[in-house]
Design a protein around this ligand. Sequence first.
Ligand SMILES: [Zn+2]
Length: 398
Amino acid sequence: MTRIFIYSVLILLFFGGTFFGLGQEKYQITGIQYWSAPDHTRILLEVRGKASYKAFSLVNPNRFVVDFDNTTLAFPDRNITINDRIVNQIRFGNFGKNNLRVVFDVVQPVEPNIFFIENYPEKTQRLSINLFRPDLKNGAEKDRIAMLSEAKNKKVIVIDPGHGGEDPGAIGPGKTFEKDIVLNFARTLKKLFDEKTEYHALLTRSGDYFLPLKERTKIAEDCHSDLFISIHADSNHIKQNHGASVYCLSLKGASDEATRCLAEKENSSDLIVGVPFSENEDLNLTLLDLALTNNINSSLRYGVLILREIEKVHSVKFEKPKQAGFRVLKTAEMPSALIELGFISNPVEEKTLKQTDFQNRVGQAILAATDQFINLMAQKNTSPQNKELEAHVCASQP
Ligand SMILES: [Zn+2]
């Protein structure tokens, strides 16, 4: 009798949620992260289960509200101060019997973009809430155009610090994030370029926020940039690996297995934040092929010069540029290189990468290589240095 009773309770518990409790499933918000971009604030809520929600705006004062059904809060912080240019603070409160209300106190009415990140493999889902301030939208673009009109007759260099926001890139044994190292380095490099009258440098991202790969290249294209430099830090399970490397775009696949793996890792950025890969890669590659071939050769020359200069101040992993299908380099308009500064997975190099002195030395090396490259491009292809580089580049191709 007792056994039958226990079975009955178990069966009731098992099926109860399915038959009698539809819509009664309990959800929980277990975590929150946020990042401030120039024109929007990105908030990521970790939700245990795919809770249904209603989102709407309120005025006087300006708020953006998300009401979750059958949801509780798993952490004690009920107010989070942000105070960027879009969101002042986030408040959590109970709403109705079982519902949770999340209120975003906003500076001005916002344009929201809110969605669950699809195909997220974990049980905890991620709700992406992007709040754009319309008057700041495209503001960064307008700033860039204004700056460019002042930078007439200068060479425009677009520096792209990889990763950002919820995509930390590689993480070192001392918990250093690649996204932080490359942003610091990019700022140093921009300063070095801007100190010289012949250059005007700008960054694709100026803070800790995510930028899809195609937007990074678009910035370079919109600015009619002369060069595009993407900055990264390498990682490998072999802790002893060290040194910088330079990668250029390849149309015909990766030059070796390690390069292919690295390209896959750097290309996975967009997937992390749920940006779909919508382009038809094959078609694009065919169309771009002709325009790119010439550009890739220029990029390889630039890569050789960068490595030669870096080698004077820091160790290099490979003496010649490697080639792979890096999405961020897929632009037909300007020579471009992806520089892996060193191995964040190497405990010694992880510390070195953070040092101001290291960043200045390597920055100066890239600047010196850029000077040489710009001079080279101004010369005829038949110049002795160009011919020597061409021979070097051809030897480095797979
Ligand atoms: Zn990276």
